[in-house]
Write a protein that binds this ligand. Structure first.
Ligand code: SAM
Length: 384
């Protein structure tokens, strides 16, 4: 089983950016569909992908895909797959999954049938009456859509948004994978030029921290473990080499070009704690500040932020006030690019500098949001 297919799952709207991340890592044979990308790979790629993909949610080992219309078919086709190539005799495994628009609707029945099929297969192959299930852990996922089932094993464990630096959250923090996506979708850092980046409503600091990790080339998974680290099928040396390489390529230049502000002092303390754990505290200036008091004296820069979402009328009034403030600060700053993530479609009515160059539809959890992108009208002079 040298050649394998790995599947990187993504949030809707971020497939292109994950594809781009994969291309930069050197992966060419990619197949993109809604919310996922299949990658032609080997087991040695599992550490690298888990360590480096900033915007993927999880990396799965794709194991099989077939049509099913009965539980018997599900059992036989599952049992026919070479599970023993990955799961050792003492492997401990669980089955989780979903069923959408399919004849086999009961998720619980599918779970127990798949489990039984894998147990039977492993007992046959290991020539044993019982499996101790006391060793490394495997979570088998099934996704049944319109009578086609995909079986895959999760190599990541905890979702990849958990980088290990967020010990404390704030009010409505963005998932780290989405925050990284906002930075990579923006024009900031293109051509490795990291001009000033400001998040004036930074909450727990996710956008500035992810941006600093990108600028410093810090692998997002460096501070955490992964489910597949205990799998015998992946050599320990592959994990060690991937981690050592990730440490080797960190950029230690201390560029301080990122600022995060928030009206709330507790949030700013959280930002500082989280940034220190992420190892980027020297790259970001965090300060308690109301956006009304933000003074921009540079000609060029980028704003990436997600303002609060208003639900009640009184909050909407405050929000409109906030949009007016953003407009008055930046309407004449034509060297600034502005990127705003909000569920509120009224934002462009308040930001009068120009129409958005692009509006991307994304999801923040289950909330549909728009990413409004206003590119700078003036560019900084080229460096000599
Ligand atoms: C949706 S949250 C941002 C979450 C953040 N992106 C994160 O990942 O943690 C919006 C933030 O705007 C802040 N805020 C609200 N009004 C503000 C104002 N007038 N000036 C600065 N920050 C403000 C809130 O304190 C809150 O932390």
């Amino acid at each position: 089983m040298d050649k394998i297919t790995l599947t990187a799952t993504t949030r809707f709207g971020l497939e292109g950016i994950v594809k781009n991340e994969l291309s930069i890592l050197g992966y060419k044979k990619l197949s993109v569909s809604d919310g996922k990308i299949d990658i032609e790979a080997t087991f040695d790629d599992v550490p690298r992908l888990n360590l480096w993909l900033r915007c993927a949610e999880r990396i799965f080992l794709k194991f099989g895909e077939f049509q099913v219309s009965s539980f018997d078919e599900l059992f036989e086709n599952t049992k026919a797959l070479p599970w023993e190539h990955v799961i050792p005799q003492n492997g401990k495994f669980a089955v989780v999954g979903t069923s959408v628009k399919s004849k086999l609707q009961s998720v619980r029945s599918c779970q127990s049938i798949i489990k039984k099929a894998v147990v039977d297969r492993l007992k046959d192959k290991y020539d044993t009456e019982s499996l101790p299930e006391a060793g490394p852990e495997y979570t088998i996922h099934f996704a049944l859509v319109k009578d086609t089932v995909t079986l895959a094993i999760d190599t990541s464990g905890t979702g990849l948004h958990k980088r290990g630096y967020r010990k404390v959250g704030g009010e409505a923090p963005l998932k780290e994978t989405l925050a990284a996506g906002l930075v990579l979708l923006s024009s900031w850092g293109k051509g490795k030029k990291y001009e000033l980046l400001v998040d004036p409503m930074c909450g727990s600091g996710t956008i500035p921290i992810e941006a600093a990790m990108i600028a410093r080339n810090i692998a997002p998974g460096l501070k955490r473990g992964f489910a597949a680290e205990k799998w015998p099928v992946i050599k320990d040396s592959a994990w060690k080499e991937a981690r050592l390489h990730a440490y080797d390529v960190i950029n230690f230049e201390q560029i301080q070009q990122i600022s995060g502000y928030d009206i709330d002092g507790t949030s700013i303390q959280t930002c500082k704690t989280n940034a220190a754990i992420a190892g980027v505290e020297n790259n970001i200036l965090f300060e308690q500040k109301d956006i009304k008091d933000l003074w921009i004296d540079r000609q060029f820069g980028t704003v990436i932020t997600n303002p609060p979402y208003g639900k009640r009328m009184s909050e909407m009034r405050d929000l409109n006030e906030l949009y007016r403030t953003i407009n008055s600060i930046f309407k004449k700053k034509d060297g600034w690019s502005i990127f705003i993530l909000t569920a509120d479609s009224m934002f462009p009515k308040y930001f009068k500098r120009s129409r958005p160059d692009r509006v991307r539809k994304l999801y923040n959890g289950t909330i549909k949001v728009n990413y409004y992108q206003y590119l700078a009208l003036k560019k900084p002079p080229a460096e000599k």
